[in-house]
Ligand binder design. Structure first.
Ligand SMILES: O=C(O)CCC(=O)C(=O)O
Ligand SMILES: [Fe+2]
Length: 279
């Protein structure tokens, strides 16, 4: 993965790398050790109980009985201010405005905790393409030449080969397709290796998956999904957040929650007059 810092940030180069290069980049130095420790402690506390939340791409682990060693924490915005700071980090906002359009939104912010012995996932593509194993349910000719998704993984524990650092196939984003056995994912994959505080930004059409955690420590990450303004988000975040959070949300957070884009709307009840057009 190409690596950037705030000082070497090159938005055009990152966008190029996501679309036409490896499909993933690493940005270091966006978050302080205090923010990372705070986020990790909250996630560990909220995932003490064995898995009792919905998860995805874990059919094999469910069958084997190891699914409780991968734990999700959903609706992170409600669980600590640090997650709002992460989701709306100015550097991420700057890159994503270019990549997904200036009015892009957030589809989900959740944690993935892999306990020691925790299972890997099925290789996949991310929302909103994640049911692309049934391509006929999507428009004919849909392809990945323009992005309808961006993924951010904020690394909270060492991401090593041993601890289950996310695997991905560089360049696989160039062809929008759900990976199959014959694609030999596990022979071709590289790993998203990183240190606590590193941020991986990738195009979710890139084939990827969490890998088994064979280390003796937990492997935590904050996973954020971003979408263009017109894609239906995965999580209904406004419905899951307290009114006080919504009332105090910054302009960027209001955009991320979808408040700048009014549709679907009951147009029969909308204010009369011309609502759209160049003039
Ligand atoms: O936690 C990881 O390494 C990746 C998780 C992921 O790709 C997913 O849940 O969609
Ligand atoms: Fe994924």
């Amino acid at each position: 993965m190409k690596r950037f810092t705030q000082d070497t940030l090159d938005v055009d180069a990152i966008v190029q790398e996501l679309l036409n290069g490896e499909g993933a980049v690493l940005i270091s130095g966006l978050f302080t050790p205090e923010q990372i420790a705070d986020a990790r402690a909250i996630i560990m506390e909220h995932s003490e109980q064995a898995a009792d939340k919905v998860t995805h791409f874990q059919g094999a682990a469910e069958a084997e009985g190891t699914i409780s060693l991968q734990r999700r924490v959903w609706n992170l915005l409600a669980k600590g201010e640090v997650f709002s700071e992460m989701a709306a980090h100015p550097v991420l906002m700057q890159i994503l405005r270019k990549f997904l359009g200036s009015e892009f939104i957030m589809g989900s912010i959740a944690a993935n905790r892999l306990l020691p012995g925790g299972p890997g996932q099925e290789p996949h593509v991310d929302y909103p393409y994640w049911d692309f194993h049934s391509p006929e349910t999507h428009p004919i000719g849909l392809n990945g030449t323009f992005p309808m998704n961006a993924q951010v993984s904020i690394i909270l524990d060492p991401f090593t080969e041993e601890s289950g650092a996310t695997a991905y196939v560089p360049g696989s984003q160039k062809e929008l397709r759900y990976p199959q056995e014959s694609d030999k994912f596990f022979e071709r994959c590289k790993r998203m290796l990183g240190e606590p505080g590193d941020t991986v930004l990738f195009y979710g059409v890139t084939w990827h998956c969490a890998m088994p955690n064979r280390s003796n420590h937990d492997r935590n990450a904050v996973l954020i999904n971003y979408l263009p303004k017109f894609v239906k988000p995965l999580e209904d975040m406004p419905a899951a957040l307290p009114q006080a959070f919504l009332d105090q949300a910054s302009a960027d957070m209001r955009q991320l929650l979808g408040f700048n884009y009014p549709y679907p709307e009951v147009l029969d009840a909308a204010q009369a007059g011309n609502a759209e057009g160049r003039v």
